[in-house]
Design a protein around this ligand. Structure first.
Ligand code: CAO
Length: 492
């Protein structure tokens, strides 16, 4: 008996999208088996079966728009199907009159099979071969067991479902391999997850879509292996915990015994180094980096800084170059907001931050830490200098709190107190850019037909090329360089 299942009252007169079809022809469904997922602009919902049976026809496709009363699919009652469609599965012509061994059976009663689903493996003294299913349906009996000897025509079992016209009644064996003459290795049969009906609610499917997770890879912990939100979360957590080397299929590092070449000493990495190492590696692997080099003429800025520094000394303020650079970077971030953003986890949108929280990389005996100066847009250069001194002191005394190091939207790494002409800083994920500052040096600059000595500050701006293109990188660097060359422009 055939029954057509229709779209029920979905509480809206507007047509809604079919975003998933969860069953296929030949599937055995029960009342409440989810059939399709519909999505309106407000919600997504699963439509469950109102009849049980074998799906004989599906009337819609993903992308269709439907309203109440539209036909979803036709089912054939299982009782009728059994009577109508039970099919004997027999060993096809195996090209040999002698009996061969059944060495593996891949199906059991109740399994759903499609045309060509491997049912069992046979082995003769010459080859092993898989016997595929001749039709789509559900296995209702298995008549052989491992170790049995079978011939062409031996009954393997029975299945119910669609008629066998999809496959000729005389089957050709499918040799799976040409084994060595004596011992045949069993074939490895990949289990296709799509053979199983996937049970998951709309919220779970939506989360999986947002995170880009293939639900077929998840084993549900709910009733009938229904996938729960926690299953998706746990799967993602597990994947994130996998070392980057595994995620990217990089070869793992080899353990080398260096002592064979001479004396050695092994030092355990500090906790900070282990942690920052992981974060740096993650950023390095995830972010396509580009570094833009530039320099700023800070001759005027430096003389102003020295002059003001002397005046502020009695207040205990050390007006550093870095404080000026930080203020100038803040202004540049306000003019180029995409440098003060994060890429959404699904890579589809940019989260622009209306606050400017600048992290300052600080070198400590334990390793690199990055305290964050919050809301730099509201701070004067003097206030920045004071906070910077306080935070780097705290960092070196190991007194930083987690809140001191969170919420950064851009990072500056200054090696200017040490030396160097340029370097390629690694973007501090989930930020999208970082400024490296190297040591300022006096260089000859050609001005008005002569060389004049100018104090030049090297700038190295690394950025996430998925978010920022080369032209923007160059513009940001140039803007910053212009600001530092004439700090009065900060007021504009
Ligand atoms: N060019 C020339 N001189 C510079 C300079 C620059 N770009 N930056 C700083 N200096 C000078 C300072 O003026 C200071 O000179 P005086 O002692 O004569 O005043 C001297 O170098 C030392 O500066 P500093 O490094 O102590 O202070 P700072 O404000 O420049 O930097 C801090 C503070 C915390 C950022 C710095 O101490 C630090 O830890 N830097 C290392 C950061 C790091 O490791 N980054 C790498 C990350 S990637 O691995």
């Amino acid at each position: 008996m055939q029954q057509t299942i229709k779209v029920p009252d979905i509480g809206s007169n507007n047509a809604v999208d079919v975003i998933e079809v969860l069953v296929k022809v030949g599937d055995v469904i029960n009342v409440d088996t989810p059939l399709i997922t519909l999505e309106s602009d407000k919600a997504s919902m699963e439509i469950p079966a109102t009849e049980a049976g074998i799906v004989s026809e599906i009337h819609l496709r993903v992308g269709d728009k439907v309203t109440m009363g539209d036909a979803i699919l036709t089912v054939q009652s299982q009782v009728a199907a059994r009577a109508d469609n039970e099919l004997d599965i027999t060993i096809p012509d195996i090209g040999s009159s002698s009996a061969v061994d059944v060495i593996e059976i891949f199906v059991k009663v109740g399994d759903k099979v499609t045309v060509d689903t491997p049912l069992l493996t046979l082995e003769s003294d010459k080859a092993s071969m898989e016997i595929p299913s001749p039709a789509e349906g559900v296995i209702t009996s298995v008549a052989v067991k491992v170790g049995d000897k079978v011939n062409t025509g031996t009954l393997i079992g029975k299945l119910t479902g669609s008629a066998p016209e999809t496959k000729p009644t005389v089957l050709a064996p499918a040799p799976v391999q040409a084994p060595p003459p004596v011992v045949a290795a069993p074939a490895i049969i990949p289990q296709s997850p799509s053979n199983n009906l996937l049970l998951a609610g709309p919220a779970v499917r939506r989360l999986a879509r947002v995170l880009g997770v293939d639900l077929h890879l998840i084993t549900g912990t709910g009733k009938k292996a229904r996938i729960q939100i926690e299953d998706v979360e746990n799967y993602v957590k597990q994947r994130l915990q996998e070392s980057p080397a595994n995620t990217f299929n990089l070869p793992t590092a080899q353990d080398i015994d260096f002592s064979v070449f001479g004396a050695i000493e092994t030092q355990e990495l500090t906790k900070i180094k282990k942690l920052s190492g992981q974060n740096l590696h993650n950023s390095w692997l995830q972010i396509p980096h580009v570094t833009q080099f530039d320099e700023a003429d800070i001759t005027t800025l430096e003389s102003f800084r020295k002059e003001q520094s002397a005046l502020l000394e009695h207040e205990g303020v050390k007006l550093t170059i870095l404080a000026f650079i930080t203020r100038a970077v803040c202004k540049a971030l306000q003019v180029f907001p995409e440098f003060n953003s994060s890429l959404a986890a699904n890579g589809q949108s940019l989260i622009l931050k209306k606050y400017v929280n600048i992290g300052i990389a600080v070198d400590t005996a334990q390793g690199l830490v990055v305290p964050v100066i919050k809301n730099v847009e509201n701070l004067s250069i003097k206030q920045i200098a004071l906070q910077m001194a306080e935070l780097s002191q705290k960092a070196r005394k190991k007194a930083l709190l987690p809140s001191d190091m969170s919420g950064g939207s851009f990072t500056i790494s200054s090696l200017g107190g040490i030396g160097g002409t340029a370097f390629t800083p690694i973007v501090n994920h989930p930020e999208v850019a970082i400024l490296g500052v190297s040591k300022a040096a006096i260089k000859p600059k050609y001005e008005n037909n002569q060389f004049v000595p100018r104090l030049m500050l090297p700038l190295s701006l690394s950025y996430d090329h998925r978010v920022i293109d080369g032209a923007q990188g160059a513009r940001f660097s140039k803007y910053l360089s212009d600001l530092l060359s004439d700090i009065r422009k900060i007021m504009l």
